[in-house]
Ligand binder design. Sequence first.
Ligand SMILES: O=P(O)(O)OC[C@H]1O[C@](O)(CO)[C@@H](O)[C@@H]1O
Length: 609
Amino acid sequence: MASISGICSSSPTLKNQNHSTPKRRRTLLPSFPSRPKPFPPRSLAREAPAQLSAKTKPHDAGLEKDPRVLWHRYVEWLYQHKELGLYLDVSRVGFTDEFIREMEPRFLAALRAMEDLEKGAIANPDEGRMVGHYWLRDSSRAPTAFLKRQIDNTLDAICSFANDVVSGKIKPPSSPEGRFTQILSVGIGGSALGPQFVAEALAPDNPPLKIRFIDNTDPAGIDHQIAQLGPELASTLVIVISKSGGTPETRNGLLEVQKAFREAGLNFPKQGVAITQENSLLDNTARIEGWLARFPMFDWVGGRTSEMSAVGLLPAALQSIDIREMLAGAALMDEANRSTVIRNNPAALLALCWYWATDGVGSKDMVILPYKDSLLLFSRYLQQLVMESLGKEFDLDGNRVNQGISVYGNKGSTDQHAYIQQLREGVHNFFVTFIEVLRDRPPGHDWELEPGVTCGDYLFGMLQGTRSALYANNRESLTVTVQEVNPRSVGALIALYERAVGIYASMVNINAYHQPGVEAGKKAAGEVLALQKRVLAVLNEASCTESVEPLTLEEIADRCHAPEDIEMIYKIIAHMAANDRALIAEGNCGSPRSIKVFLGECNLDELYA
Ligand SMILES: O=P(O)(O)OC[C@H]1O[C@](O)(CO)[C@@H](O)[C@@H]1O
C-alpha cells in the first residue's frame, strides 16, 4: 500500500536563490518613480489611454534574421533559474530596448502593486478582497498570524487525511476492495481545471486512487462517469469542490451523484468530502449531513488561482503526488518573480512579451504549445487563468477597454498535424509559447529507434523546427524550458503564469481578480429556467382544461406574459419535446401527457401558426 508519508514529510523550505544569468551588463534601476497620475474617476473617464507599444512598435516589421545576432540576443536575454532548472527564452520576440525602457515605469509600478498585494492590500477592489494565493506556498508572508495558522493547519489536515485514505486507515463503509480506489471530483472552472491539469501532468501510472471528473451539468456526461465507476462507486471518494458553494453545475453534479449512491444502496456522507468556503451552502450541507471531511477555501483565493489550496492539493495528495514539492517549486518561482530587475524576473519578462506581442490590447492570441503529452491540459488551465483574469470590459478607472488575451493550444508535435499549418503561413494573429521538457524518459529507459536517434530526438527536433520555421516567417515565440515534468516544475509553471497575469493586469490597469461577466451569465441562465417554469405552468394548465388543439407559440408567450421572449419559449419547448418531457397532470387531468402529445404530435415548426 503506497504511503504518502514522503509526500508530506519535509516542510517547504525556501532556499537562497541562486538563479544565475549569463554574464552581462547589469543596469541598476533607479528607485521607484512616483505612481502615474490617476485617471479621472470612473464616471468621467471614457477614452482609455493608448497602449505604449502601439506607438513604438513597427507594425509587422521583419524580425532580426542574422543567426549571430540572434545567438547574442538569445544569450543576452536568456533567463535561467538554476535551482529549478527552468529557463525562459524571449529572444524570438522582437521587442526593442526602447520598448523596455518605455515600459519600465509600468513594470516597476506593477511590482510595487504586487508587493502591496502580498502584504495584504485589497488588490481585488471590485469585490473588496485581498489576494492571497502566494501565501499558500509561503505562509510566513500571510499578513496575520491567524491567516498563517489557517494555511498551515489546512495543509497539515490535507496531508493527514490523504495519508489515512491511501494507507486504508480511512475506508469506505462497504467496498469489496476494503479501501478507497477512486476519486470522483465534482467541480467546475477553477474547481476542476487545476486538478485536471495536475492529474494529467503528475499522476503516476498506478495511483493509489484514480481520479475522474464531473465538471459540467451535462446529464450524459455525468451518467458516463458514474457508469465507468460501476461497482467501484462503493470504493469512490467523492470530492465536491466549490468556493462559493452554490455554483449550479456543481450542485447538480452532487445531486446526480447522491442519486446514484441511493440507487446503489450506498451511504453518500460516508464517502463525501467538501472543499468550500466555511458556512457556504455546500459547507453547511456537508456539516449537517455528516460528510467524511470538509476542507476550507478562503475568500482571498480565487478559483483560477486555487491549485495550491485544498482544491488542488487534496486531489493531488490522494494520487500520491508530492504536494510539498509542488508548493516548493511555486515558492521558488515566487521568490524569483519579486526581483526588481526585469531581466531577472521571469514573470515580468513574460508579461512584457505579452504586451509587446499583443500591443497591450490583446491584438494577438497566445498559443500554448507544450511538446510533452503530460502537459496537454496546460493550455486549458491557462485559458481560465489568463482569460478570466484579463478579459475585462472596464479598467480600474472606469474606462471601457475590453481587455484580454485569447489562449489556445494542445500539444506538440501533435498540433503540427492540425492547426500549425495556419500558424506557419496563414493569418498572423498569434504568438506561440513553447513549453520544452528536456528529459524525454526516466533515466535508463531510452531506446534508439534508429542508430543514434530516439523518439525524444524527433520531438525535440519538431519543436525546434517549428520554432525556426515560424520565426523565419516573422512569427514570434517564447520558450519555457524545464528539465522534466515533476511536482516542483509544475508548481513553478503555475506560479510563473499566476504572477505574469498579475503583472500584466497591472500594466494594463485592470483588476485581474474578479469575474463580473460570469456572474451575468449565471443570472441569465437563471432567467431562462424561470421562464421555463412559466411555460410548463401554462402548458400544464392548458392540458387540463382544453382539447388537444395545439396552442400557438403566440398564445403560449402571451399566457406567460412574455411575448418578447417568443424565441426563447420556442427553444424551451423544443428542448423539452426532444427529451419527451411530460406535462405533470394536475387535478382531474388523468395521466401525465408528453409535451409532444399535448402539442398534437406536431413538429415544432407547426408551433408557429
Ligand atoms: O468554485 P466555485 O465557486 O464553484 O466557482 C467555480 C468557477 O466559477 C467561477 O466563479 C466563474 O467562472 C470561476 O472563477 C470559478 O473557478
